[in-house]
Structures are given as C-alpha cells and as structure tokens.
Design a protein around this ligand. Structure first.
Ligand code: HEM
Length: 415
C-alpha cells in the first residue's frame, strides 16, 4: 500500500517508525555508524548533513542500487534538491553537467572520449613517470630530520596524485604554482566540496588553462577533449568540457590522497601485515586492494534518485527520493566477507569490493588510482623500513566530510 508513512525519509526520527540515523560530518564515527546502519537494515532512513535520504548499507543492496534501472544520478529527479539547507556539500561535489550526473546516451558521450586516456596501455606508459615523481618526493623526505614527526598526508600522499593528475590533464608549468597554492589551501579545509571560495578559484584557474590550450594544443587530455570538441561541431559544450576537467581533478586527487594515507596508517598499525609485504609473501597491490575495502577512501555518496516508485530489499521509495551509496559500509558487510570483515587482512582470497562503485559509473580512474597506490606504498616502505606512527591512527582527527574517509594528518617518524 502507498500509505506507509512511518519509514519515509522525510518523517521525523522515531515517529512510530524506524529510527532515523543522523550522519553528521562534524561528529564522525564512520565504522561505528556503519555497523549500526547495517544492523538496522539494508535500506535505512538517515539524515545526511541535514538532508533526508535512504542509505543503502549492505553489499548486495548497494550493488542493486548502483545498477537499478529506476534509480538515476540525474539530479533533476531529486525532489528535495531545491530545499537543501544552505552550505550543504551533499551532491554538490561537481558541476551538474559532468558525466557523474549523466545517464544513458549523454553519459556515454561524456565518458567515451576519456576511455583511451585511462586505458591500460596509456597507464603502462605513465608508470615510469609516476615512479619518478614518487622517488623525488621520497628524496625530499629523506632530507628531513629522521627524529622529527613528518606529516605523510601533507608531504607525500597529497602531492603525488596532484602531480600525476596535473600531468595527465595537461596543466602547464606556468600554472603549477597557482595550482599548488590552491590545492594546499584545499588540503587545509579537508576537501573542495567544503569551500565555495576555493572552488571558484579553481574554476577560474581551469578556465584560464583551457583557454590557453585552445591556442597551443599538446599531448594531454585537455587538448584531446578540445580536438574532439572542435572536430565534431561541439559534441561537448563549453560547460561539459569544463565539468569534465573539473571532475577529473576533483575525483582524481583527494580520493587517491585518502587511499595512500589510509594504507600507510593501516600498515603501520598492523605491522604483521607489513611484514607479509616486505618478505614478498604478498604483493603490495594486495595491500592497496585491502585498504580500498577496509578503509574505503569514499565513505558515502554519490546518491541515486528514484525516477518512479521502486522497492529495494523490501523498502519502498517514492519518486524523487534519494538513496545514499554507503561504500565503506558495504565493504565491511559480514554477509559478504564473513565475521572478520572488520579485520585488515592482505591475504584475503578475493578482493572484490565496491570502493570504486559498480555499473555504468564505475570509477574511470580506478586503474590509475591502483597504480599510484601500489607505486607509492612500495617505494615508501622500502625507503623507510624503520618508520613508526607518532600516535595511533584512531587518535588522529578524521576529515569532517561525509564524502571522503581519511585522517587529516598522518604524522610518522621516518626512523
Ligand atoms: C567515479 C571512487 C580515483 C575519476 C567514482 C565513483 C567512486 C569512485 C565511488 C562513483 C561511482 C558511482 O557513483 O557509481 C574512487 C576512489 C579513488 C578514485 C576510491 C581513489 C582511490 C579516481 C581517479 C580518477 C577518477 C584517480 C581520475 C583521474 C572518476 C570519474 C568518475 C569516478 C571520472 C565518474 C565516472 C562516471 O560517472 O561514469 N570514483 N575514485 N577517480 N571517478 Fe573515481
């Protein structure tokens, strides 16, 4: 029946129905919250940053949500979008016209031109360059006093993906300083979605860079996209071109910073796991996969919106209602991984996880993120075998965003 008001996301908490979970980025307890969410059910009413939504908490349910034909990423289907509280970052991560918010033919048109740039062949070509950038950062670390704490998030995890994505996109040398200043400021606030001013600055900078590339094309992604744009009589609009570059920059940077930071934290906490890598019993890529699963760099989002009434695992969604994708929660679901789902174990027999999503919007940059993670972690632990944590990871301040999952710092003694 259509008159079950008790479990609607727009109802108040506890009103004769299921408890409404409050997900507040200011008081994060990600893995604790996720355990409570999974126990509450597969599809649970939440308030995320003050926004009412359903949360898809379990592995199978999230797979269903990410591929369901009646659920969409197209933002205009979201009935509550115009009534968002001011300042909410939720689903305002990237420009509306980007592929992340497109479906069907439009999605294909925006995504297809990038598949070559992210193909395995191109990435293999990029490997030596990533190794070189990593070695340069490690040399810099080696020059620092070994008995003073170094924040590896800021000094290592942060710059590496920034350099890689800048090169891939084709940010000219002359703008690198501006970009560094801007992204360092972003690092201070935790994420771009939290700062409209910085976001505006990034837009202005990228606009300038795109303009310059128009006149002097090179061997980079902006030039590729531009050629396509010109050749096919505007197959990408100006706004779509900008949205693509911005999406790559946002999706390709802090996510990978979180991955590298979380892997360092996990391996310095679970030294037995690190020994397995060092002794060659397990490849470093296994540590990257297990970090993606166990401490997923994206915690929640992006949401899906019901195009029409739809039932997901026994819960009925009304048209226009949003469902939050709980990646970090699904990746620790005991139904999928057994009772030790909460254990960091690089020897797991299978590493399937949903950290990069699933279905048509599966992360375009997944092979690149994996490559960067593996190169970075291997080089770092080989260079500094005596490295130790300054404080337990559980005592480090987490990012205060529902999107990213990591700590704000990762202080270590390099030894
Ligand atoms: C989409 C995770 C790195 C580019 C996504 C999605 C997730 C994700 C969860 C959305 C899936 C969905 O909504 O169904 C991650 C993680 C990363 C990472 C955890 C690092 C560890 C990267 C990198 C790039 C990138 C390095 C590019 C340089 C993209 C793009 C999309 C996307 C373009 C949108 C795809 C689409 O809508 O079709 N990523 N990502 N990501 N990611 Fe990543």
């Amino acid at each position: 029946p259509d008159d079950r008001p008790d479990d609607r996301p727009d109802d108040r908490a506890g009103e004769g129905g299921q408890e409404r979970f409050v997900l507040d980025p200011a008081t994060p307890d990600l893995h604790g919250d996720n355990e409570r969410l999974r126990q509450a059910g597969p599809v649970v009413p939440v308030t995320a940053e003050g926004v009412p939504a359903w949360a898809a908490t379990r592995y199978d349910t999230l797979m269903t949500v990410l591929t369901h034909p009646d659920l969409t990423r197209e933002l205009h289907h979201w009935s509550g979008r115009d009534a968002l509280p001011p300042g909410t970052a939720i689903d305002r991560i990237v420009t509306d016209t980007s592929m992340l918010n497109a479906e069907g033919e439009r999605h294909r048109r925006l995504r297809m031109p990038l598949t070559t740039a992210f193909s395995q062949r191109r990435l293999n070509g990029l490997r030596p360059r990533i190794e070189e950038l990593t070695a340069r950062l490690i040399d810099r670390l080696a020059g620092m006093p070994p008995d003073e704490p170094v924040d590896l998030r800021l000094e290592f995890a942060y710059p590496l993906p920034r350099e890689v994505i800048s090169e891939l996109i084709g940010i000219p040398e002359a703008h690198q300083d501006d970009l560094h200043r801007l992204t360092d400021a972003v690092a201070q606030v935790g994420g771009l979605e939290d700062s409209p001013e910085l976001r505006k600055e990034l837009r202005e900078l990228l606009d300038r860079i795109i303009e310059e590339r128009r006149g002097t094309p090179g061997e980079d992604l902006i030039s590729d996209l531009f050629a396509l744009h010109e050749k096919d009589g505007g197959r990408l609009s100006e706004d779509e071109l900008f949205a693509t570059i911005e999406l790559l920059f946002i999706a390709g940077h802090v996510t990978t910073v979180n991955l590298i930071t979380n892997a360092i934290g996990a391996l310095l906490t679970e030294r037995g796991q690190l020994d397995l890598l060092r002794s060659g019993q397990c490849p470093y890529s296994a540590a990257v996969e297990e970090t993606l699963r166990w401490d997923s760099p994206i915690a929640y989002f992006p949401m899906r919106y019901a195009k029409r009434e739809v039932e997901i695992d026994g819960v009925r969604l009304r048209p226009g209602e949003p469902v939050l994708a709980c990646f970090a929660s699904a990746n620790r679901d005991p139904r999928q991984y057994g009772e030790d789902a909460g254990v960091f174990d690089v020897t797991r027999p299978q590493f399937t996880h949903l950290a990069f999503g699933h279905g048509p919007h599966f992360c375009l940059g997944a092979p690149l993120a994996r490559l960067e993670g593996e190169i970075a972690i291997k080089a770092l632990f080989e260079a500094f075998p005596e490295m130790t944590l300054v404080r337990p990871v559980t005592e480090l301040p987490p990012l205060d965003t529902l999107l990213g999952n990591s700590t704000r710092t990762m202080p270590v003694l390099l030894g």
